[in-house]
Design a protein around this ligand. Sequence first.
Ligand SMILES: Nc1ncnc2c1ncn2[C@@H]1O[C@H](COP(=O)(O)OP(=O)(O)OP(=O)(O)O)[C@@H](O)[C@H]1O
Length: 214
Amino acid sequence: MELNVHNLGCLRGGRRILADVSLQLSAGQGIALQGPNGVGKSTLIRALCGLIPHSGRAQVGEFKLGSDGWLDQIAYAGHQDAIKSALSVSENLRFWAALFNGDAAAALDRFDLSQIADRPAGLCSAGQKRRLGLARLVLTKRPLWLLDEPTVSLDTTHTALFAEVLAQHLAQGGLAIVATHIDLGLPLRQHLLSAPKTVEGLDIADPFLAGDFG
Ligand SMILES: Nc1ncnc2c1ncn2[C@@H]1O[C@H](COP(=O)(O)OP(=O)(O)OP(=O)(O)O)[C@@H](O)[C@H]1O
C-alpha cells in the first residue's frame, strides 16, 4: 500500500498554514514530520484525518482523502489521549478491542500496562495515560498511523518501547507520519515543514477554506 499526498493546503482562521505539501510513502516507510512550533505539523496531520478543510488531495491505496474508505485506513493519536477516565486501563482497551476485533491483553502487555490494568484510567500518570492512548494503535490494525508528538510524557524506556512498536508496524508493511521533535532512532524520512510565504496575510484565493472545524 502507498500513500500519496499531493499539493495539500490549509487555511486556519483565514491564514495560510500549509501550501503545496506533497509526500509519498511506500509500504513500510515512515516520515518524521519536523519544523518549528506553529509551522503546521498538527494541522497537516489533522487535515489527513479529515478534521480540517483542505485543498489538494491524498490517497492511500485505493482510498481518497474525503471518501468513506479513507477513515478505515488511518489510526490517529493526537495530543489528547482520548481515554475514558472512569474505566480501568484494561476496560479502556477492551472497549477499543471490541470495536476493532483486536487483542486487548496483547496491547496491554505490549505497552507495559499489565501492572496497572485495574487502575481507573483517570488516576494514571500522564505517561501511563499516553501509553494507554497509544496502545489503541495496535488494536486498530490500520495501515496508516498519523501520530502527533506521540512520545510526549513518555520516559526514556517507554519512548524506546514505542519506537519498537512503530518499527514493528513499519516492518509489517505499515505507513506512518509522525510529528516529532525528538529522534526516535528509526530510519524515518525527515520532512521539514516550513511556513508558506503568504502565512502572515489573508489568502483570498481560497476563501471557502478559511473556516476551521479543527
Ligand atoms: N483552531 C485554529 N484556528 C486558527 N488558527 C489555528 C488553529 N489551530 C492552530 N492554529 C494556528 O495554525 C498554526 C499551525 O499550528 P499547528 O498546531 O499545526 O502547529 P505545529 O507545527 O503542530 O506546532 P507545535 O510544534 O507547537 O505543536 C499556528 O500558527 C496556530 O496558531
